[in-house]
Design a protein around this ligand. Structure first.
Ligand SMILES: NC(=[NH2+])NCCC[C@H](N)C(=O)O
Length: 404
């Protein structure tokens, strides 16, 4: 692979990553809105920022280039075209009424790029507006949002994902996250750094979230199907990656439709070219449907073949062309395993084969990873973890070395 941007695996040496440093949007969380905004508590924002800065530093210390989503967005918003699209898409989605919509349209257009980034990410509360007064402002509560904040931007893995040299703009399932991929779509369409990068999928298509997409090996992709990614979403993604010749096999992997297992990467991540760390309580019943393609219908549509369900590790190894995809034997008792899974113990970010970033709190899982020869780069996540996401969720690899 010669592209400057892109990734063909989960473990090729990480060169460039996109993160989002948590900011004002986290200060919008209250005990009344945190469930709807998909947080399990109210994070201490200053500490969350410290933890995140340490995460970014750990990556830089390993020569990984760290890009911040808000910097990319602000740079994108320098052009009037980008501002028009950003404002029109954001406002079109909101339940505002014409008086407020008209006011906000003018207000947002007048804001300089960095400020506009702030409004698009942290939102605007009813008690913060200085105009557009009318029925909407009178009847909404003072702390209702006119523009919703996006606290889950922190989890950059979900709102876009590189597949080889293409960027897939995802389509997020939960209402609280829907606007996130409008922003990533804007960045990848109009930021000069990504000008020539071909895109697939889009925020208006069937739901696919990046946390469900695992690049098992060059040309083999596993996609979790559960609370977030839908069966139709995987089918759409499979057709696109086959059409663009980015993969030969897509494995659709059913996962329980529960908060604890919202994405495939909450139960399984790769730590080496042939090793995964997997939540032991699901390891034995995780299955996969291998999807391949062969020929076209008369109208040119690809004909997909869907194999019967098989154990995930078996189907994955076959598609990857290896004898065995090893599961690190964490040997944890079910209760410890459940606790550490909840705290994202299985949600590791590989910096290279056998080097993975993990939350320090998951002592047992980390010790077993080390026993298996994996170098564990530990980071703190006491506050970051309240959004239920670990190192993998908080990072979107933009460039990884190809596996040779
Ligand atoms: N790739 C992941 N596992 N992302 C975690 C996302 C967590 C986020 N609060 C949500 O519910 O959407």
């Amino acid at each position: 692979m010669t592209a400057t941007h892109g990734a063909d695996s989960e473990v090729g040496r990480l060169r460039t990553v996109m993160l989002h440093r948590p900011g004002l949007e986290l200060k919008r969380l209250t005990p009344r809105n945190n469930d709807k905004l998909l947080f399990d508590g109210i994070p201490w924002v200053a500490r969350a920022q410290e933890e995140h800065d340490a995460f970014a530093e750990a990556l830089r210390a390993r020569d990984v280039e760290v890009l911040y989503l808000t910097d990319l967005l602000t740079e994108t918003l320098e052009t009037p075209e980008a501002r028009d699209i950003a404002i029109a898409t954001a406002l079109a989605d909101l339940d505002l009424g014409d008086t407020m919509r008209g006011y906000l349209d003018g207000f947002l257009h007048a804001a300089p790029p960095a400020e506009l980034t702030g409004y698009l990410t942290a939102g605007i509360r009813n008690d913060e507006v200085r105009g557009g007064f009318g029925l909407v402002t009178s009847l909404l509560a003072h702390d209702d949002f006119l523009v919703d904040p996006l606290p889950n931007l922190l989890f950059t893995r979900d709102s876009s994902v590189w597949v080889h040299d293409r960027i897939a703009i995802t389509s997020l399932a939960m209402p609280a996250r829907k606007r996130e991929s409008q922003l990533t779509e804007l960045i990848y369409s109009l930021h000069p750094r990504f000008a020539d990068s071909p895109r697939i999928h889009g925020h208006h298509f069937e739901h696919v979230e990046g946390g469900d997409v695992l690049l098992l090996a060059p040309r083999v992709i596993a996609v979790g199907v559960g609370e977030r990614t839908t069966p139709a979403g995987v089918e759409r993604l499979a057709r696109q990656v086959f059409e663009a010749s980015l993969a030969d096999t897509v494995l659709a992997v059913p996962i329980a439709q529960e908060r604890a297992t919202m994405h495939l990467d909450t139960v399984c991540t790769m730590v080496d070219v042939d090793k995964v760390v997997m939540y032991p309580n699901v390891a034995h019943n995780l299955t996969a449907y291998a999807v391949t393609h062969d020929g076209r219908t008369d109208d040119g549509t690809l004909i997909l073949h869907v194999a019967d369900a098989e154990p995930f590790l078996v189907a994955a190894a076959r598609a990857m062309g290896i004898d065995t995809l090893h599961q690190i034997d964490t040997g944890l008792d079910p209760v410890t395993a459940e606790r550490e899974q909840w705290d994202d113990g299985n949600n590791t970010l590989a910096l290279a084969p056998r080097v993975a970033v993990a939350y320090e709190r998951n002592d047992e899982t980390n010790a077993r990873l080390e026993d298996a020869g994996i170098e564990v780069v530990r980071i703190a996540g006491s506050e970051l973890g309240s959004g239920r996401g670990g190192p993998r969720c908080m990072s979107c690899p933009i460039s990884r070395d190809p596996l040779v």
